[in-house]
Design a protein around this ligand. Structure first.
Ligand code: HEC
Length: 330
């Protein structure tokens, strides 16, 4: 079996990523009402989103490149012809195993592909459910309704992923052991592809990473453009400054807070979480270049923080005003 370089690289990163996520999930501490998540949990969230990005690249790569097997071969479930192939391959496998061997093919077998397709679906579903949960869960609120179901689905898929990873790795080892060189074929990721396809595919991967990189690394202007697209035309930095200091509504514990309670009155200063006491890096992009560069992160924290202090989500106007003020702070 021959795997191209990109496939080998993606496989390596995804394999390490999934194994790491499963391992971390054993030790991490989930946040729940009255208790913050730990560093492992934060890592699990961040790396989960990155892994979802890798999986998307992998999906695209499988669509672009039909070797060693076209994408359709991984999902035989809706085609009678492919289901027939799957059945025949299963019977063939049983026969060979009874004779004390394992089939050795130059193209991946229908059964192997079908199982791997399920693994790929499960991994992607894990990424999607995890990301949705991360975006919608709120601190100190027990997830209920559909969000609770998403959490259950994510955990159930996690168990399935342990089983898949065990089976998948075991099959790789067995194939290697009986002399098919499967592990070597998949993990020699430094080896060049025959012909010039090697450099072409590396160029493609780099281009893909750059495109996704710029999609992630946004600017405050991108945020404002998004708010304009939602129908708000003019922003006012002064109103943004006022929002920062505005006293909110009493929280569960009866305390009235404002943004300042955690972020301090000066966004160029590091803050401290009101409840957990954890340090918070300064908010102003002038001193912290990572701020306002990741729209998903900004929206997530706007939602959490506005609900926590004001008892409601911030309006698009408020968010635009706040971003306008924050980026002007020098
Ligand atoms: C209970 C504490 C707390 C309060 C109150 C709070 N924040 Fe935050 N805020 C955080 C934490 C924690 C983070 C994320 C940690 C980090 O990124 O360092 C954060 C992150 C943010 C971010 C993300 C910025 C970025 O680009 O990374 C924005 C924007 C933000 N807060 C705005 C606000 C606004 C506006 C208010 C008031 C309506 C507010 N915060 C009130 C704790 C708080």
């Amino acid at each position: 079996m021959y795997y191209d370089r990109i496939t080998r690289l993606l496989h390596l990163l995804i394999a390490l990523g999934i194994a790491g996520q499963l391992a971390v999930s054993l030790v991490m501490i989930h946040p729940k009402p009255g208790r913050a998540g730990d560093l492992f949990y934060a890592f699990h969230e961040t790396w989960g989103v990155a892994l979802l990005g890798l999986l998307v690249i992998h999906w695209i790569w499988r669509m672009v490149r039909s070797e060693p097997a076209p994408l359709a071969r991984f999902f035989p479930w809706l085609s009678p012809a492919r289901l027939g192939e799957l059945w025949a391959d299963g019977k063939n496998l049983m026969r060979q195993v009874r004779q004390g061997g394992l089939p050795h093919e130059t193209t991946p077998g229908a059964l192997a592909c079908a199982v791997q397709g399920l693994g790929l679906l499960a991994a992607t579903a894990l990424g999607v459910t995890g990301t949705i949960f991360m975006l919608y869960v709120e601190p100190n609120v027990r997830p209920e309704g559909w969000l609770h179901d998403i959490k259950g689905l994510h955990e159930g898929l996690g168990v399935a992923m342990w089983a898949y990873l065990g089976l998948h790795a075991a099959m790789g080892i067995v194939h290697q052991w009986v002399g098919h060189g499967s592990l070597v074929a998949m993990f020699r990721f430094w080896e060049k592809a025959p012909g010039q396809t090697g450099s072409a595919s590396v160029a493609l991967l780099v281009a893909g990473l750059l495109v996704s990189g710029t999609a992630w690394a946004g600017t405050p202007e991108d945020l404002l453009a998004g708010y304009r697209a939602e129908g708000v035309q003019a922003f006012d930095a002064e109103r943004g400054r006022a929002l920062f200091a505005q006293q909110g509504v009493p929280g569960e514990d009866g305390r009235v807070t404002s943004c300042v309670s955690c972020h301090t009155g000066d966004p160029r200063q590091a803050g401290k979480h009101l409840k957990t006491g954890k340090a918070i890096e300064p908010l102003a992009p002038a001193v912290n270049r990572e701020r306002l560069s990741d729209p998903a992160k900004v929206e997530k924290w706007f939602l959490r923080n506005c609900k926590e202090t004001l008892g409601r989500p911030c309006t698009v106007q408020e968010k635009g005003d706040f971003v306008t003020w924050l980026r002007s702070v020098r």
